[in-house]
Design a protein around this ligand. Structure first.
Ligand code: NAD
Ligand code: DAU
Length: 356
């Protein structure tokens, strides 16, 4: 048996592939387009490992995907591939529509064609797990209950709208064609291989480089943080035991305001890698112009996943964030390879002229 993972050279996908092959000998076919966010260095430890077959391809390439599904007799697909950064979706939504909507649609079509051709037992056993986000539910007020699986979809950014569209397509392919799908909607992840355009790795790296730690608006926006390996274990659990057609929210019960997260990072760096001048990294915190349409609060109610499938996260925020900061300190060469020309032009585009 073999599984097919899409977007497996990105942050969560590569963690998933590494964890999967650490715990199982079932091979993984990994399709990734290698956009700016895809990085084969994340998978360097699998070089020469016959259980990992990497294919540089677009999920929107129907013929390639169908061919791989048939050739490798895939028994499950886990779809991570997406454009994932909200700020980039504000600067340029088109790639998000292409990959997250059209790409997901073509992937679904290839999977549907393959699945239709399977014999009955394989058809029954087959699964497509679509990895989605809590952002599709929109924004919460401070005292609102957390997002449950039945919360109304109210996406607010081009990114979340494109993810919402893909979730609807996945749902429709189950309802209309009977495709055996599962959907997970997860909160903010953090951990190893996180691309340093996102808040946590950006602030760790900027701190170490003596640069500003940019806080959008008042920094009181709340996100619900989950260590990436806990997200991976949730996906494995849902893939193994989730009920076909169901949606599972994934979260770590770790709601934190952005400013608190950045102060935690500064305190940890003060302890693990003190500044040469003896001052705190917190001195580098800088308030900048807010993100347009910035969602105020996300919070996930993961009770269904816990009660029905017995999943719970292994890390607290304190243990996960310490592991993360340590990982970045120990993997500065990985970061330096990522800080290429393209990355520099993104920083210029997003942050120049933003300082408040
Ligand atoms: P990422 O941006 O780090 O990685 C995305 C990967 O997909 C990259 O390797 C990229 O090359 C690949 N990709 C992009 N377009 C592609 C295409 N058309 N065909 C094939 N590959 C393509 O993203 P991530 O943070 O690892 O997120 C993975 C998935 O999890 C996404 O679907 C995202 O919406 C979802 N998610 C992310 C978070 C989070 O906090 N990062 C939380 C919840 C859900
Ligand atoms: O909630 C799940 C989502 O989490 C995923 O679906 C997305 O793929 C992922 O990117 C993430 O989205 P966010 O927009 O929440 O993550 P980001 O790290 O970009 O921002 C986290 C918070 O920090 C958010 O409120 C914006 C703020 N922020 C971000 C950056 C990059 C800043 O204040 N300054 C910054 O420079």
């Amino acid at each position: 048996m073999t599984i097919l993972v899409t977007g497996g050279a990105g942050f969560i996908g590569s963690n998933f592939v590494l964890d999967w092959l650490a715990g199982s000998d079932e091979p993984v076919v990994n399709i990734d387009k290698l956009t700016y966010a895809g990085n084969l260095e994340n998978l360097a430890s699998l070089q020469g490992d016959g259980r990992h077959i990497f294919v540089k391809a677009d999920i929107g390439d129907y013929a390639v995907v169908l061919d791989l599904l048939k050739k490798d007799k895939i028994r499950a697909v886990v779809n991570f591939a997406a454009e994932s950064h909200v700020d980039r979706s504000i600067h340029g939504p088109e790639d998000f529509i292409q990959t997250n909507i059209l790409g997901s649609f073509r992937l679904l079509e290839a999977v549907r064609c393959y699945w239709n051709g399977l014999d009955e037992p394989d058809k029954q056993a087959f699964r497509l797990l679509h990895v989605s986000t809590d952002e599709v539910y929109g924004s919460l007020e401070k005292t609102d209950p957390q997002f449950s699986e039945t919360h109304q979809y109210r996406p607010n950014s081009p990114y979340s709208a494109s993810k919402a569209a893909s979730d609807h397509l996945v749902r429709a392919y189950h309802h209309t064609y009977g495709l055996p799908v599962l959907t997970t909607n997860c909160s903010n992840n953090y951990g190893p291989y996180h691309f340093p355009e996102k808040l946590i790795p950006l602030c760790i790296q900027n701190a170490l480089m003596g640069k500003a730690l940019p806080i959008y608006g008042d920094g009181q926006q709340i996100r619900d943080w989950l260590y990436v390996k806990d997200h991976c274990s949730a996906i494995r659990r849902v893939l193994a035991a989730g009920q076909v057609g169901e949606v599972y929210n994934v979260g770590g019960w770790n709601e934190k305001a952005n400013l608190e997260v950045v102060h935690t990072l500064c305190n940890m760096l003060d302890e693990l890698k003190p500044r040469a001048d003896g001052k705190s990294y917190a001195e580098q915190i800088t308030y900048v112009t807010d993100r347009p349409g910035h969602d105020r609060r996300y919070a996930i109610d993961a009770t269904k996943l816990q009660l029905e499938l017995g999943w719970k996260p292994a890390e607290t925020f304190d243990t996960g964030i310490r592991k993360t900061v340590q990982w970045y300190l120990e993997h500065q060469s990985w970061v330096n390879n990522v800080l290429s020309g393209d990355y520099q032009s993104w920083l210029e585009k997003n942050y120049a002229g933003r300082e408040a």
